[in-house]
Design a protein around this ligand. Structure first.
Ligand code: CTP
Length: 411
């Protein structure tokens, strides 16, 4: 039987909290699933659990001292770091989280963590008030932004007597997270969009009237963000060009984020990447008009009326359609009626390969919601009809369709 973690090399960092005893079960389960587990313990962890226990369970040498080099031909913390497919720190104390956030390297574990290029997962365990301390939150935020994945602690009775959040997640759950991580990584390496460069635009553009006022629209960015996540999960090299959005973009270091403001900024950012891109998805709501002039200082109140003169922006999608070479071009059409007619008109007028149409007046569709109701057309007609589905699901289906077509075109 093939074991789910066969051939994987995992560094398990154990730090000094009462939950360190659970690291024994974790080591055992990961080893049973086929992983080679290299345990690195901090000095405090050794107060709670012995090296011998972990060595017996992992059947590997356990490390804790940076300077105890037994093999003169190698440097342990560098060798370990280089060979790791994943680093898991469980339990992670507030101290190791702080050291990681600030780049300290004063023992074997923290030094190895600086040398590691593999993904890092952290499973915190601490007292509920420590977990909520602004310093700990800020350090976790720093690490999260750097791409560290957190396995959140569960709620329950803590060793310190308090009931709350801070208890190390159960070893079975941590093992599942690790297994899922490798499944997702495999999908990225051999997914339907592996090796493809995809550019996705998201959000609503902002057209300045003056430094404090602007014209924009209701686009939340959610559909574009879902597309970026789905494209990444399918293995694509993703650039996300985002205008104003309601929420933060996906925090995946592998998604290259470009922030823009106006339709003109978006035009330039898109054009810069057009020649090199395989698939372009224009999910952004781009302003069709912008103020002719944008005042450099705040416009003061004067007469009873104020007339704003608007001029047309460049239609980015249409420009792309006119300059299409090998690229696969997907446009969106958010309509308030006659969606099929307008969408198919845009498909032809803008020379698109696919158009994703939605009627934003339907409940569960359009801006701001987590769901959408879409119909996808190509030049021949309807190719995908998706009744109410999450934006993540819509994104997956649209990109699967694009991936099939791009693959077909290469045959
Ligand atoms: N779009 C664009 N540049 C613009 C306007 C729109 O790239 N200046 C793109 C959007 O990103 C979307 C598609 O065109 O993928 C359709 O946008 P929409 O505003 O619905 O289309 P318009 O052609 O502007 O048509 P209308 O406003 O008349 O419905």
């Amino acid at each position: 039987m093939v074991k789910s973690l066969q051939g994987k090399s995992i560094i398990l960092g154990i730090t000094g909290g009462i939950a360190a005893y659970k690291a024994a079960a974790l080591t055992s389960k990961l080893t049973q699933k086929g992983a080679k587990v290299h345990v690195i313990m901090t000095a405090s962890a050794k107060q709670f659990i012995t090296e011998l226990t972990l060595q017996s369970l992992s059947k590997q040498r356990v490390f804790s001292d940076t300077f105890q080099e037994r093999d003169p031909s190698s440097i342990s913390h560098i060798d370990l770091a280089d060979s790791a497919d994943l680093v898991l720190i469980a339990p992670a104390t507030a101290n190791i989280i702080a050291k990681m956030a600030h780049g300290l390297a004063d023992d074997m574990l923290s030094t190895t963590l600086l040398a590691v290029t593999a993904p890092i997962m952290v499973a915190p365990a601490m007292n509920v008030h420590m977990y909520q301390h602004p310093a700990v939150i800020s350090n976790m935020d720093t690490l999260y932004k750097r791409g560290v994945q957190f396995i959140e602690p569960g709620e329950g009775q803590l060793a310190c007597g308090y009931v709350g959040k801070g208890r190390l997640e159960e070893p079975e759950t941590i093992v599942k997270v690790v297994e899922n991580f490798f499944v997702r990584q495999q999908e990225k390496e051999s997914g339907p969009l592996t090796g493809k460069k995809i550019v996705i635009t998201a959000g609503g553009t902002v057209e300045r009237i003056d430094p404090v006022r602007y014209i924009s629209n209701d686009s939340s960015g959610k559909m574009g963000f879902a597309l970026a996540r789905a494209a990444r999960a399918m293995g694509a090299e993703v650039t996300l060009i985002a205008a104003r959005t309601d929420e933060a973009p996906p925090l995946d270091p592998a998604i290259h984020l470009v922030r823009v403001e106006s339709a003109q900024d978006m035009y330039e950012a898109v054009m810069d990447r057009w020649t090199d891109c395989d698939i372009m998805v224009k999910a952004a709501a781009v302003a069709d008009y912008r103020p002719r002039q944008s005042s450099e200082s705040k416009i003061k109140k004067s007469g009873d009326t104020l007339t704003l003169e608007l001029v047309k922006t460049t239609d980015i999608l249409e420009s792309l359609g006119k300059n299409k070479d090998k690229q696969f071009l997907i446009g969106f059409a958010a309509e308030t009626g006659n969606a099929e007619f307008y969408a198919r008109d845009k498909l032809i007028r803008k020379n698109l390969d696919l158009v994703v149409a939605n009627d934003v007046t339907l409940e569960g569709a359009g801006f701001g919601t987590d769901t959408n109701i879409v119909k996808v057309y190509d030049i021949e007609g309807l190719v995908l009809d998706l009744p109410l589905a999450s934006k993540d699901e819509v994104a997956r289906q649209v990109l699967r369709l694009a991936a099939d077509r791009v693959a077909g075109a290469l045959l």
